[in-house]
Design a protein around this ligand. Structure first.
Ligand code: ATP
Ligand code: MG
Length: 103
């Protein structure tokens, strides 16, 4: 929900959001891709810090606390999953994570 709500909030009208999922060996892989505002390298380095929000009007014009992603990342890691982020400013972002399948 956090990744999809971020994709929706930080993608201007007319953009696209794609959600993909795959069963992988011992894990489920889920990716949320958007064609939104993206993040710079400097912003990506801050992502995950509690209460951090990019200093970008496309972001600050939307409501948010800057906590959702930090909580999401912690929950995934607590369940032995892993999360990756790829992003380019003005082009979009892809957030992907795996979660192990219970035996
Ligand atoms: N898909 C995305 N595209 C561009 N920037 C993003 C994206 N997802 C997260 N961000 C950046 O990371 C910041 C932190 O995200 P996070 O979800 O923690 O906070 P939020 O959306 O601002 O508020 P909330 O805690 O209500 O979710 C965002 O404010 C934004 O700057
Ligand atoms: Mg959010």
């Amino acid at each position: 929900m956090n990744l999809v709500s971020n994709a929706y909030k930080y993608t201007p009208d007319g953009g696209n959001i794609t959600i993909a999922c795959q069963r992988r060996e011992g894990a489920v892989w889920i990716a949320v891709h958007d064609t939104g505002v993206g993040m710079t390298e400097t912003e990506l380095a801050q992502l995950g810090r509690k209460f951090w929000r990019a200093d970008n009007p496309h972001v600050t014009n939307e409501k948010g606390t800057g906590l959702g992603f930090a909580i999401t990342k912690s929950l995934i890691e607590l369940m032995d999953g892993a999360l990756t982020v790829q992003s380019r400013p003005g082009e979009g972002s892809t957030f992907a994570f795996t979660l192990p399948v219970a035996s």
